[in-house]
Design a protein around this ligand. Structure first.
Ligand SMILES: Nc1nc2c(ncn2[C@@H]2O[C@H](COP(=O)(O)OP(=O)(O)O)[C@@H](O)[C@H]2O)c(=O)[nH]1
Ligand SMILES: [Mg+2]
Length: 327
């Protein structure tokens, strides 16, 4: 594959080239990894910046419906929108988004939208790297907004928040006690809570739920990266396309404020460092799990169990034998 050509085509906003490049970053093959790394390095200085929005919510809350409505709303404003997904639990081929293709029928036909389903992969570290690199590719391909969807399971919200500029939590209208069901950690990373399905019979409940969450948000510790009135809760109806413009307005206000106050750059820099260290750790862990190290660990583990060597001395032997540069 000609990396220089792929780079040029991506910079010219060629969607087929973008799709090919994402396939390349998804590949686990060593030669593909090397090419992907080269491509990303070539695109690093593109100077293009998208608004990266992480979107989380439990199954059924309306993520796919919201992405379709919100995506259409944005493309109608002349924005180019890319949609990616992090779904570590997905073992179905095609992953979450493709399964929801019917709900995103209009958006998937829109020439200003690019939708990429989650690859079927179980290892969160692998999904994280692929998504992060896909985000960078979409950004270089000139998308204005990159939506990164995740289902609310396990660690995936944290992973998505670490690659987003804004983190949006989508919730359903619910009774008061269900408020407790949202994990505190997720509330703490949310910049905007959208209570969806604020329509028809559910409208009154949605309004109440929204007030409950607004109250809960006020109880959280104030974060340096927020202006006074954030994080915020509001209602939307993805189905009836209500509140989308207000939600977009709030996202814009928050991102403008963060740009003006230095928090935007600070966050992106911290994220780059976070992922650098993650990659180093993943690399070391992979090394422990391969070839010589694996055999040595198994052998020493037996000796440790039989008290033939202390745990610390055994660990020291493994670490000394590791050649971190070898892959
Ligand atoms: N009343 C109402 N139903 C909605 C709304 N958004 C989604 N739904 C419905 O909720 C169900 C789950 O939606 P979906 O987008 O697939 O949720 P996801 O699992 O989070 O992707 C579907 O039956 C949708 O039609 C909304 O704004 N109002
Ligand atoms: Mg869905």
């Amino acid at each position: 594959m000609d990396i220089a050509e792929l780079r040029d085509r991506i910079l010219k906003q060629d969607r087929r080239a973008l799709a090919r490049a994402i396939t390349l970053v998804e590949s686990g093959r060593a030669d593909h990894r090397a090419q992907a790394a080269e491509l990303l390095e070539e695109l690093r200085g593109s100077g293009r910046e998208a608004l990266r929005i992480g979107l989380s919510g439990t199954p059924g809350v309306g993520k796919s419906t919201f992405i379709e409505s919100f995506g259409m709303f944005l493309t109608a404003q002349g924005k180019r929108v890319a949609v990616l997904a992090v779904d570590p639990s997905s073992t179905r081929s095609g992953g979450s988004i493709l399964g929801d293709k019917t709900r995103m029928e209009r958006l998937s036909r829109d020439k200003n939208a690019f939708i990429r389903p989650s690859p079927s992969q179980t290892h969160l570290g692998g999904v994280a790297r692929r998504t992060r690199e896909a985000v960078a590719l979409c950004e270089a391909a000139g998308f204005d907004v990159v939506l990164i969807e995740t289902v609310g399971v396990g660690q995936s919200e944290t992973v998505v928040a670490e690659m987003s500029d804004l983190f949006v939590l989508l919730l359903a209208p619910a009774g008061g006690d269900e408020l407790q069901g949202v994990k505190r950690g997720i509330m703490e990373i949310a910049d905007l809570i959208l209570v969806n399905k604020a329509d028809g019979d559910l409208k009154a409940t949605a309004t109440r739920t929204c007030a409950d969450y607004a109250g809960a948000l006020r109880l959280l510790r104030k974060r340096a990266q927020d202006p006074d009135d954030f994080p915020k809760a509001m209602t939307v109806s993805a189905l009836e396309e209500q509140g989308l413009s207000d939600a977009w307005g709030e996202m814009g206000a928050l991102s403008d404020w963060r740009h003006e106050n230095g928090h935007w750059d600070k966050r992106r820099r911290a994220q780059a460092q976070f992922w650098f260290l993650e990659e180093v750790k993943q690399g070391v862990l992979a090394q422990l799990d391969s070839g010589d190290a694996k055999a040595q660990i198994a052998e020493l583990a037996t000796k440790v169990a039989g008290q033939a060597i202390t745990p610390s001395a055994a660990a020291d032997k493994v670490l000394k034998a590791l050649d971190i540069r070898k892959r």
